[in-house]
Design a protein around this ligand. Sequence first.
Ligand code: ZN
Length: 209
Amino acid sequence: MPPAVCGSVSPRNSLRAVSPHALSDLLEGLHGIDAAAPVHIHIAEQQAEVDDCLAWSGARPVQWLLDNAPVDERWCLVHATTMTAAESQRVAARGAVAGLCPSTEANLGDGVFDAPTYLAANGRWGIGSDSHASVSVVDELRLLEYSQRLTQQRRNVFASAAQPDVAQRLWLAAARRRQHARPGGRSARSKSAAALTSSCSTPAACTPA
Ligand SMILES: [Zn+2]
C-alpha cells in the first residue's frame, strides 16, 4: 500500500497550525516518494475549526486548502462537515474524496455533511468511522443516510435515478472507494460485509482514490 500523509496538522485538526510552506514541503516530500500516493487531511470538521481558520487566514479551511494546495483525486478530505455549497462544488470538481465518518461526527456533535449538494456536483465520497468505537460499515452507512433524512426531512436522500435503491447505492459506493484504494487489489464487492467493515475502521483505509 502506498504511503499516506495523515493530515491532522494540529491537535485541533486546524489548518492554522501548518504554514503554506510546511504543507508544501510535506507534499513535495511525499511526491518524491510516490507521485500517486493518497493524501489524507482532516478538515472543516467543526464550526470552531472554521472560525479559527477564518481568524488565522481570512479563509475557511476547505477554501484555504483549495487555494493553496494541489488538491486533486489523490486527496481525501476527512469529515469536510462544514463545507459551503461553493466549497462542495469545488471539491467535487477537483475529484477529491470526502471521507465521511458519521458515528464520530455524531458523537462529537460536529454537524451533518451536506450530501445533497455534494452528490448533485458528482462529488466522490468514502466511509469510515474515524475511531475504534465503531468498526461497522453498515452502521456508518445507515447513520449517513438517516442523518440526511433528519436534516432534509425526507426519505431516501442517497437514492438517485440511476440507483433508486438507497442501501445498494451506499454499499456499492463504499465498496468502489475501497476498490480504488487498492489498485490491483480485488474488488471489495466480492468481499464479505465483515471484511469490508474491518478494513474501513478509518476513512484513510477506504476512501483514497
Ligand atoms: Zn477525525
